[in-house]
Design a protein around this ligand. Structure first.
Ligand code: ATP
Length: 422
């Protein structure tokens, strides 16, 4: 053990308890080492004697099924051991999913398509991570779809995305982000364009379900879907639509009996709906913190997290831009061309004339080469951020993870903005 680890504070955890801590101080670092026993963080096992580094903003729970001793070195805010955790219930749900996978394997059918729902800050993303980690530790290869456009954990905000999980999440950096399938939505919440959100989710469902037929291991492993915390009104309608589009057969409802009962009422009988308690450790996030976290995710996209990335900055001429946005201003039905509904406007691909208002906006780089293609139904290759608009020289400057030139494809304007101040 290193001297540094010896210096910290030791915590002895009994079976079925967890150590929770947060790091709030700017530039603070906390090192955690498993001294003896077995422990895991959100489903990923800690390696004994290895020193894990946690940075500002971390909200951590290290759980043990068998008991362990941990060394914590560094300044944490609120650190305590809790014996009240729902982990055993979560483990039982994982066991039920695993049974569905085993049976799917026998019959060569599709494995469980499980959706995690619940209001804001109940630990939906964390439960997804736990289920995925447990699955992959048993040799499964599930898909993870995150359709939370505000606080999604795969791509940047304003998108929905899916990745194939091939190994447990890294304790420090989460799941590896290799080759995600990403669709542009362009807003922080589904309510900004319900029609487009529905269309995007439908497309993601179609493509991911199709892809499961290609790889047998993934087909049997199934999929875990993380959803938005908007569970009332149109938000609830989105949950129903998502369940239908993805042909969901298991729903885990965190912490809301009302939502659980509504889903029991509205779901067909083959869908198992399970109510689960939230963990007392889940930290509530204020509006400001959510907005900060969105900024941070975009910053990490361009600049990296622990491994730094070095983005490029270059000019693009207005004339070389194929810039569009999705959704035209609403018109009453009476003003629409014959055969079109006002709803159709919401998914209309509209050309955008470059202007100073583009400043700081994220642009998604589509794989679609022209608007003759299905732009909404085409995934995106990546993103750039507009850092300057020069009306005299008719150019924009963009921050880009790739060197120039940009591909000659359609770019889609996002409502999300990022101030490039490093
Ligand atoms: P949202 O509604 O924004 O999508 P959510 O329901 O997905 O949120 P999470 O992101 O899973 O919630 O959890 C919120 C925060 O609480 C995360 O930072 C997570 O690390 C932390 N957290 C989750 N479980 C625990 C726990 N048992 N102890 C301490 N912190 C936890």
């Amino acid at each position: 053990m290193s001297d540094e680890a010896k210096e910290g504070e030791e915590f002895t955890l009994e079976a079925d308890s967890e150590l929770r801590f947060e790091i709030e101080d700017k530039d603070a670092k906390v090192f955690v080492t498993l001294i003896s026993g077995f422990a895991e963080m959100f489903g990923t096992e800690l390696v004994k004697k290895k020193k894990y580094e946690f940075l500002t903003g971390a909200k951590v729970a290290i759980f043990t099924y068998h008991g362990c001793v941990l060394n914590v070195n560094g300044k944490t805010d609120v650190s305590y051991i809790s014996k009240e955790t729902p982990m055993v219930q979560y483990l039982n749900c994982h066991a039920a999913l695993e049974q569905m996978r085993a049976s799917a394997e026998e019959k060569d059918e599709r494995g469980p398509i499980a959706m995690i729902v619940g209001p804001l800050d109940v630990g939906k993303s964390t439960l997804c991570r736990i289920f995925l980690n447990y699955a992959v530790r048993l040799g499964r290869r599930p898909l993870y779809a995150d359709i939370d456009v505000g606080q999604g954990s795969i791509s940047i905000p304003g998108t929905i995305a899916t990745i194939l999980i091939e190994r447990p999440a890294s304790i420090e950096e989460g799941f590896s982000q290799t080759a995600p399938l990403v669709y542009h939505f362009g807003h922080k919440g589904p309510g900004s364009n319900n029609v487009l959100y529905k269309a995007t989710v439908s497309k993601m469902a179609e493509v991911t379900l199709e892809s499961m037929n290609v790889n047998k291991r993934t087909k049997h492993s199934g999929m875990i879907i993380n959803t938005c915390g908007w569970v009332k009104g149109d938000g609830y309608a989105h949950l129903l639509h998502t369940a239908q589009a993805f042909e969901v057969n298991a729903i885990f409802v965190l912490d809301q009996e009302r939502l659980y009962n509504e889903l029991l009422r509205d779901m067909p009988s083959f869908v198992r709906v399970v109510l689960l308690p939230k963990s007392g450790g889940v930290v509530e996030r204020s509006r400001d913190l959510r907005s900060e976290q969105r900024d941070l995710r975009i910053k990490e996209y361009f600049y990296g997290h622990r491994t730094p990335f070095y983005p490029f900055s270059f000019e693009v001429k207005f004339q070389d831009l194929k810039l569009y946005k999705i959704g035209a201003p609403p018109l009453p039905d009476s003003c629409m061309p014959i055969g079109m509904k006002a709803e159709d406007n919401k998914t209309k691909v509209v050309a955008v004339t470059p202007s100073p208002s583009l400043l700081h906006h994220i642009l998604a780089i589509s794989f679609a080469e022209s608007t003759d293609e299905d732009v909404i139904g085409t995934n995106v290759a990546g993103f750039v951020c507009v850092t300057d608009v020069d009306m005299d020289r008719q150019t924009i400057t963009v921050l880009s993870p790739q060197p120039r030139p940009l591909p000659n494809t359609v770019m889609l304007l996002s409502e999300l903005q990022f101030m490039d101040i490093v």
